[in-house]
Design a protein around this ligand. Sequence first.
Ligand SMILES: *Cc1c(COP(=O)(O)O)cnc(C)c1O
Length: 391
Amino acid sequence: MKRKADISTEAVWAGEKSYRVHGATQVPVVNSVAYNYNDLDDWYEVAIGNADGHIYGRNTNPTLASFEDKIQQLEGAEAATSFSTGMAAISNTLHTFLKPGDRVVSIKDTYGGTNKIFSEFLPRLNIDISLCDTGDHDILEKEIEKGCQIVYLESPTNPTVKVTDIKRIARKAKEQGALVIVDNTFATPILQNPLQLDADLVIHSATKFLGGHADALGGALCGAKHLVEQVFHYREINGATMDPMAAYLLLRGMKTLDLRIWKQTENAEKLVEFLSNHPAVEDVFYPGLKNHPNHEIAKQQMKGYGGMFSFSLYGGMDAVKEVLPRLQYANRAANLGAVESTVGPARTTSHVESTPEERAKLGIPESLIRYSAGIESFDDLKTDLENALKS
Ligand SMILES: *Cc1c(COP(=O)(O)O)cnc(C)c1O
């Protein structure tokens, strides 16, 4: 779908006007659980889906609808729906399209919770999961050729920011008639549009960059109407509905999405350069680095390299324990994408559910620090890191 205006304009205006009431310039938080109909025929028409309207809060809600319209337009999708969390978006989508005997091809470096769905919950339903080395496109293609119903990607990945060529893998998946699902949480629609790279469905943890203020949980799914509708139906029955107040906070956060993402990207790029030349730093992971294994792919499919990077320190976990508490302008927290810079070791954030052996298999050093650049001044963030890394 074509955008009516620049994405920065749409981030502010999309999905807003049709939900405002009484001349208010902002979308209201509708906390009502149910909706009144004096005319029983009207009620019936809405209930069976013949007319627009709302019946019950688990199914639909005006504040949620406004959030859904905004993310739908930002991703240039035909349709969108919302969820209580990013993990609800992921699990509801997978459960909608998978049945016993099916096969999923994905990568080893998906978000920790997604990885648990693949390793713990789906195998119980007799669903076969093949997890490939992230960034190795030949292996991915070989696994897809064996036949599968879903190809599930995340790019860039958490926490080593690896990149997959979405267009190339989508082409191979289509030969098998498989659905291509992409978790776009790290890039956001500002930097990457998986639907334009031939993915079928895009997932977001809205909790992260979309909301941007670390004060609301949410998830979103965008794509073709006939696909999104099926997942909406699963969600309305199974009940992972977003809270109206969360929808409001996420909507408000999304208005500054474009501003935040470019500032966070700029900060990340400069911090990566600074850390790459620092004697205490062992390794730096960022798709914008020329020595990143898939730098060229990132350059092609992303408009910018984003606010997420990671780095490891000489001296292992002891060094991490010494350095992180010294940071003044960073929350040490299991979150990312907020206006405040946020840091954490991978072993206590994205991959806390994994064992040290599992993390080693995923290529995640125990001393890896994930850094989500905030919107602070680069000079202050650099000085902060400089001081923390002294000695
Ligand atoms: C946080 C995150 C999720 C899960 O989102 P929640 O809102 O915490 O459930 C999924 N994918 C990625 C890439 C994430 O960073």
